[in-house]
Every structure is written in structure tokens, then in C-alpha cells.
Design a protein around this ligand. Structure first.
Ligand code: SF4
Ligand code: SF4
Length: 138
């Protein structure tokens, strides 16, 4: 009987390829040790812990694009500093945000904001918000 051989590239899906391309990370470098999640200051309000985000990404599960974790992540770099395998998780989170924005559209719409309230915000918060929640900053 002929044996079917599949290359890793063919087994792994389009989403996995795109996440790795945008983030510059090898998702399979993660062995799910959990050190990232144990040190993440935002883990308590995430629906998927950082190591789970990586797990979903490793399998190319589209559900990861609906997780609040990718928006809650503050890019504080703690997980990256703790990772024994050098996985730059904040860059993976950023890649997931870019893909989610491409698929779902901007999460922040200027026309829906109260100009009065925007005027009261620190400029850094406004610029940071648009960079993170719209394709403008992508
Ligand atoms: S610390 Fe690194 S290897 Fe461990 S689960 Fe997190 S990303 Fe994976
Ligand atoms: S960069 Fe994001 S995922 Fe990593 S520790 Fe900070 S908040 Fe958590």
C-alpha cells in the first residue's frame, strides 16, 4: 500500500502560517510550561490564559481570534522574559490582533466616540487606543 507523506507545512494551516509570519515566532517552540500565564498581570481578566492562546495558535484554531485576551494583553513583556524557550508572546498577541482586525474590522470607531470625553483623555491613551484597536495602527 502506498504511504501518504505530508510535510509539516501542509499539515499546519493557513492561520498558523500567518501568525508565524506576522509575529516572527515559531509557535512549536512553546512546550506549554505555563510560566507565561503564571506571571501575567492581566491573566485574571483573560478568557484564555497566555499559554492557552499559544496552544490555540499552534493548532490554528480560529476561536483564538474571538478571545478577549488578545485585546487585554498590555504588551508588558513579562511573559517573554519568563519564557524558557524565548517565545515572544506579545508579538504573537499583536499578530492575532492584526488578523482579527483584518477579519472583523476596527474595534474603535471615531464617529461613535463622545468628543467631550475624548478631549479629557491623555493624548497617549487616544493614540495608543487607535494603534491597538484599529487598522490605522497596523
Ligand atoms: S512560558 Fe513560553 S514555553 Fe512556557 S507556556 Fe508560555 S510561551 Fe509556552
Ligand atoms: S505581554 Fe500580555 S500576555 Fe504577556 S504578561 Fe504582559 S499582559 Fe500578559
Amino acid at each position: 500500500m502506498a504511504r501518504i507523506r505530508l510535510s509539516g507545512e501542509r499539515i499546519r494551516g493557513e492561520l498558523v502560517r500567518k501568525i508565524e509570519e506576522l509575529s516572527g515566532q515559531n509557535l512549536l517552540a512553546c512546550n506549554q510550561c505555563g510560566k507565561c500565564s503564571a506571571g501575567c498581570p492581566a491573566a485574571a481578566v483573560m478568557d484564555l490564559l497566555p499559554n492557552q492562546v499559544i496552544r490555540y495558535a499552534q493548532f490554528g484554531l480560529e476561536e483564538v481570534l474571538a478571545a478577549n485576551s488578545i485585546w487585554v494583553c498590555a504588551a508588558c513583556q513579562t511573559c517573554y522574559a519568563r519564557c524558557p524557550h524565548g517565545v515572544d508572546l506579545p508579538r504573537v498577541m499583536e499578530a492575532l490582533r492584526v488578523i482579527a482586525l483584518e477579519q472583523q474590522g476596527d474595534r474603535l470607531r471615531p464617529q461613535e466616540l463622545d468628543p467631550q470625553k475624548v478631549a479629557e483623555l491623555p493624548q497617549l491613551a487616544v493614540v495608543g487606543g487607535f494603534r491597538k484597536f484599529t487598522m490605522m495602527g497596523g
